[in-house]
Design a protein around this ligand. Structure first.
Ligand code: SF4
Length: 426
């Protein structure tokens, strides 16, 4: 059964179109849906693409149709396109098909995913890429959380970092910060308020007139004593997949605070050998990274949108480093024998171009990367299409399933998922 096109009115009410099929986009190329879509996962939400006219497929006329106006119960209105925002554990396979008006605002930072209506329910163009349940939204933001936070703050009233993390946990609903208060799995250790890149889709720092940032950047660099105290306690006492991670969405680049982190790692490892210490980074400063590896880091996750330097640098706008430094960081981590993951910011129609996939497979195979984490890039689709136009390795888009197959063909050991791997999962 073909999925029906979704449209929204100015109030965000969603309707299915009486005649048109849902269509999808790879980059800015509209496509007819070839395979059934997945049911909308628990924890997913629908999002309106304000100022984008919905585009559907007319099976009779065998053509794409831009919906300029819709009539529902006698009411005429100019509709907006609709997409979905996926929960953790899923990766977007296609974008919503839409026709962006020149007057359209910059969209908030969500990873807009193609959606439709089929068999009486919402469906999405998405792949389940990690089946582990420890990041299920139902496990977080429970009624017990404020009490846990309050008790913890009462035990350490002077800790500025703990107060920051309580805001992250309660106001911004950061799951990694919440884990510190739940005393389980991966806990957040945001350290740096500075960054040496200017990513177009940065979640914590956007230029004037840009998209509203998803969360505010932390105001100050953390003190090594507070990082060591909070991190050491979590490593020593937490249950489950015990880990602490530097490099959170609310901070800049942790390597820009390497001195502080090096000291904190030394203190934590002096206190306990338990659990894993991970760094999420842009990999910009290989020598600083090597010092942290020497201090006791056992896992590194390096973010990139492409293994092609031109597309990488067009998105990251690096300050005082280049893509070759990122590759050196992967080499250093490999040489130290730690667990190496790539955090691939995915965008259908760009990331899965044949040339891009070949360049990425080359990097993964030659540098013996252990894991590829796929992260649907949260950005206004028009912004990224403009960045990627004429840049990067070319070729026809393959689709994410074929991309994964080709990566595994070149690197049979490669684990593909969404979440960090704990010590006993490597
Ligand atoms: S590297 Fe991270 S903190 Fe820096 S600009 Fe990019 S997303 Fe933002």
């Amino acid at each position: 059964m073909r999925s029906r096109l979704l449209c929204a009115d100015d109030a965000g009410r969603v309707f299915d179109h009486p005649a048109l099929e849902a269509a999808v986009a790879w980059g800015d190329a509209w496509r007819r849906i070839e395979r059934p879509l997945a049911p909308l996962p628990a924890g997913a939400t629908l999002a309106t693409l304000r100022g984008w006219r919905p585009v559907g497929f007319d099976p009779g006329g065998r053509r794409f149709v831009v919906v300029e106006e819709l009539r529902v119960s006698g009411r005429r209105f100019r509709p907006h396109a609709v997409g979905a925002v996926l929960p953790p554990g899923w990766t977007r396979a296609a974008l919503p098909a839409g026709d962006r008006l020149p007057s359209a605002p910059v969209l908030p930072q969500w990873a807009y995913t193609a959606a439709g209506w089929s068999g009486g329910s919402f469906v999405v163009a998405a792949l389940r890429t990690d089946r582990r349940r420890h990041w299920d939204p139902a496990r977080f933001s429970g009624p017990e959380l404020p009490g846990l936070v309050e008790a913890r703050l009462a035990g350490d009233p002077g800790s500025r970092l703990l107060r920051q993390l309580s805001t992250c946990a309660l106001r911004h609903r950061c799951f990694t910060a919440q884990n510190l208060f739940y005393g389980r799995d991966e806990g957040a250790l945001p350290a740096s308020n500075a960054c040496n890149a200017r990513c177009a889709g940065c979640l914590s720092d956007q230029p004037e007139g840009g998209a509203p940032a998803s969360q505010p950047r932390i105001g100050q660099k953390a003190a090594w004593q507070e990082l060591a105290e909070i991190g050491g306690r979590h490593l020593a006492r937490a249950t489950g997949r015990v880990m602490v991670s530097f490099g959170q969405g609310c901070e800049g680049e942790p390597l820009c605070a390497a001195d502080t982190i090096e000291r904190a790692i030394g203190e934590m490892r002096g206190a306990t050998p338990r659990g894993s210490i991970n760094l999420n980074t842009n990999g910009s400063l290989p020598d600083a990274l090597d010092r942290l590896l020497h201090a006791g880091l056992d896992a590194v996750r390096i973010s990139l949108n492409s293994a092609d330097p031109r597309l990488y640098e067009a998105y990251y706008s690096p300050r005082s480093y280049s893509f070759s430094d990122v590759v050196r960081s992967i080499q250093f981590a490999r040489a130290r024998g730690v667990y190496v993951a790539l955090n691939l910011l995915t965008f259908p129609g760009v990331t899965d171009r044949e040339g891009e996939v070949e360049a990425l497979a080359d990097l993964i195979a030659r540098r013996r990367v252990d894991q590829l984490q796929t992260r649907s890039l949260a950005i206004d689709p028009a912004a990224y299409v403009a960045i990627a136009r004429g840049r990067g390795a070319g070729g026809e888009p393959l689709g994410l399933p074929e991309m994964a197959r080709r990566l595994r063909q070149r690197a049979p050991w490669l684990s593909i998922g969404n979440f960090a791997r704990a010590l006993n999962e490597r």
